[in-house]
Design a protein around this ligand. Structure first.
Ligand code: SF4
Length: 171
C-alpha cells in the first residue's frame, strides 16, 4: 500500500488527455436536427426514451445530450416524460420479457406520426444478451423500427447524426 501511494506521488497523471471538444461542429449538427424537425413537423422534436432492458451504458450517452456540455434543449430538442407527447421513441435494449408489454403499450400510446429509433447493439438483435432466457429479442421483434444507431454504446454525436438521418429520410 505504501509503495502504491509513493508511486502515485512520483509518477504523476498517467491517463491520456481528453480530446478537445468540437463545440462548433456539435452546435451545427444539433441545429441541423432542429431545422429538419421544424421542416418535417412544424415544431421542435420531442423524444421519449425507453429502457427496455439495457445495461444503462446507452442511457449514459443519451442522458449526456441533456447535460451542461451538450444542452440540447437550448436548440429545441426535448426529452418528454410521456409517450403521448413524443414524436420519437428512443429505445435501448435488449427487450427483456418483462419489458415487452411495457414497450408495446408505450408504442401504442405514442401518437402518429411516430418513429422508433433502436439505440445500441443490444437494441438491434439482443447483442451480448441475445439468447438469454430473459430476453424477448431486439426492438424490431416487438415494435417496428425506423432507424438503428449501432455502437456499444453510441456516443452523443452518433445519436444526433442518427436523428438527423431519420428526419431527412423518414416518411
Ligand atoms: S449496446 Fe452496450 S452499452 Fe448499450 S445496452 Fe447493450 S451492452 Fe449496454
Amino acid at each position: 500500500m505504501r509503495k502504491t501511494l509513493f508511486e502515485s506521488f512520483t509518477h504523476g497523471v498517467l491517463t491520456e488527455a481528453a480530446p478537445a471538444p468540437d463545440e462548433a461542429g456539435l452546435a451545427e449538427l444539433a441545429q441541423a436536427v432542429n431545422r429538419a424537425a421544424r421542416a418535417k413537423l412544424g415544431r421542435s422534436l420531442s423524444i421519449r426514451q425507453v429502457d427496455a432492458g439495457s445495461c444503462n451504458g446507452c442511457e449514459l450517452e443519451i442522458h449526456a445530450l441533456g447535460n451542461a456540455f451538450y444542452d440540447l434543449e437550448r436548440l429545441g430538442l426535448r426529452f418528454v416524460a410521456s409517450p403521448r407527447h413524443a414524436d420519437v421513441l428512443m429505445v435501448t435494449g435488449p427487450v427483456t420479457k418483462s419489458m415487452r408489454e411495457a414497450l408495446l403499450r408505450t408504442y401504442n400510446a405514442t401518437p402518429d406520426p411516430k418513429w422508433v429509433v433502436a439505440v445500441g447493439a443490444c437494441a438491434v438483435d439482443g447483442g451480448l444478451f441475445a439468447g438469454s432466457y430473459a430476453v424477448a429479442g431486439g426492438v424490431n421483434d416487438v415494435v417496428p423500427v425506423d432507424l438503428t444507431i449501432r455502437g456499444c454504446p453510441p456516443n452523443p454525436r452518433q445519436l444526433l447524426a442518427g436523428l438527423l438521418a431519420l428526419l431527412r429520410t423518414a416518411a
